[in-house]
Design a protein around this ligand. Structure first.
Ligand SMILES: Cc1cc2nc3c(=O)[nH]c(=O)nc-3n(C[C@H](O)[C@H](O)[C@H](O)COP(=O)(O)OP(=O)(O)OC[C@H]3O[C@@H](n4cnc5c(N)ncnc54)[C@H](O)[C@@H]3O)c2cc1C
Length: 433
């Protein structure tokens, strides 16, 4: 039987990240059997199929001329084991919805740093499963995956399987991720604090970051001043005192005051300073259900890199020197965050405590962005998969020690390349997607 399709090319143009593309068909299945039918149909007709969560990724990951499968209707918690703190969630669920549903069971994710708009399937597939080094002893909360493979059959990868770390960050090339098993912790209240600090101190005292659940700082690539934000879990307060969403009247007033204060410093600083997301400038207390409101969405950062924390100081010193030589004004803004090492084959933090750097250049500062990109590249930084990557397979293999393990698993599970597009075929060095 031919599967039901919703052909909505305009929506694909807008939503499925990575620029303009017009898939022949777009499907938004709401039940598992329908996803299976779509995959089987693509296999039978020799088509390619890309999967999208929210389609926010800037790299052309979701681009496909044949079929696009969007999981925006396949959402919600499916199983909750409150005793062991394990849940299974449908892959299309947005992080904001997940945080609210988990809070209803008195739970939250152990890692912080998830923005609200992305889907859990997209975030896991791209390797952004939360950040922080403090309390996050295990970098990744994923304990299992359920997928539909290239033959349309359902399969699971469990917590004890050696395949799990290889398959976790899949860029959507192993199959359709339908459910993610997640380890959770008891829900707490969270407190975000903002302070001014110095770059030299932040680089020297990395161990201080491990005392917090989450640390990020912003630097204008000039001088020594940084703005540091820390987020820590706190015991829950009684319901009457709990944090409300950031868009409450009081929060709006406070934000307006902060905006005014930020407009006052010297003119040369105005442009990059405006780029610091408002939520990073506002100290805030929230409950677990609103945790995502503390983290910036993908509007920040046109370039993103992951590099060992131990190399961050040298790279930033050289970056600062080049930026000052190019321009007396500060034209780029960097956000630095920390993740503990993990075991995901294609994870940006594989095997090393990692600094994740997002860089935003002011309008017209293309030369600055290019120079910064070269510095990170020469330092052997790993790419963040959400940004377009120009490296070839051999180069990526040098940056990701388990690259070949992943490539072998991909070729085993999807020998015809049903889940590839041109961009991904290029990354994996596969000639015909
Ligand atoms: C370390 C790191 C830190 C990041 N920090 C931030 C941040 O602070 N703020 C921010 O907004 N973004 C951040 N990003 C980027 C962000 O994580 C992604 O853009 C986001 O996860 C995309 O979510 P999405 O639902 O839009 O996924 P999509 O763009 O829809 O998909 C992303 C990828 O996952 C695949 N995929 C999606 N769903 C499935 C599925 N069900 N089955 C199989 N494959 C699937 C897609 O094919 C695609 O390859 C970060 C990324 C990394 C790696």
């Amino acid at each position: 039987m031919k599967p039901l399709r919703l052909v909505r090319r305009g929506i694909a143009r807008r939503r499925a990240g990575g620029g303009e593309h017009a898939p022949r068909f777009i499907t938004t299945p709401a039940v598992l059997e329908q996803i299976q039918r779509e995959v089987a149909y693509a296999a039978e007709t020799g088509s390619h199929l890309r999967v999208a969560g929210r389609g926010h990724t800037r790299a052309p990951m979701c681009r496909c001329d044949d079929g696009l499968l969007q999981l925006s209707r396949f959402t919600g918690l499916e199983e909750v084991d409150a005793v062991h703190g394990i849940v299974w969630v449908r892959a299309g669920t947005r992080m904001a919805q997940l945080a609210r549903e988990l809070a209803g069971y008195g739970m939250m994710l152990p890692t912080l740093g998830w923005p609200g708009n992305e889907s859990i399937g997209g975030a896991v597939s791209i390797g952004s499963y939360g950040l922080g080094t403090g309390d996050n002893r295990h970098a990744c909360p994923v304990v299992g995956l359920r997928m539909i493979g290239a033959d349309g059959a359902l399969f699971s990868i469990g917590a004890q399987e050696a395949r799990l770390p290889v398959a976790r960050v899949s860029l959507g090339t192993l199959g359709v991720l339908t459910h993610v098993g997640l380890r959770c912790v008891p829900a707490t209240h969270m407190r975000a604090r903002v302070a001014r600090g110095s770059l030299s101190a932040a680089l020297k005292r990395v161990e201080a970051t491990r005392a917090h659940d989450y640390v990020e700082w912003y630097w204008h690539a000039h001088g020594d001043d940084i703005r540091i934000r820390t987020i820590d879990r706190r015991p829950r307060r009684p319901p009457s005192q709990r944090g409300r969403p950031l868009d409450s009247g009081a929060a709006r007033l406070r934000s307006a005051a902060l905006r005014l204060a930020d407009a006052l410093p010297q003119v040369s600083r105005r442009l990059p300073r405006r780029l610091i997301p408002e939520r990073a400038r506002v100290p805030k207390d929230v409950d677990a259900a609103y945790s995502w409101q503390l983290f910036a969405d993908s509007s920040l950062g046109s370039l993103g890199y992951a590099l060992p924390v131990s190399e961050l100081g040298d790279v930033l010193e050289s970056l600062g020197g080049v930026m000052r030589a190019l321009d007396p004004r500060d034209r780029v803004l960097l956000r630095v965050r920390y993740i503990c090492a993990d075991d995901g084959a294609l994870s940006p933090a594989y095997g090393q405590e990692t600094a994740v750097v997002h860089l935003t250049a002011a309008e017209g500062a293309r030369e600055h962005a290019e120079a910064a990109g070269e510095i990170f590249d020469r330092a052997g930084a790993r790419p963040l998969w959400s940004m377009p990557v120009e490296h070839h397979a051999a180069d990526l293999a040098a940056r990701f020690p388990l690259w070949e393990d992943f490539a072998t698993l991909r070729a085993d599970l999807d020998p015809r390349g049903l889940f590839l597009n041109d961009y991904l075929a290029g990354l994996f060095g596969v000639s015909e997607p």
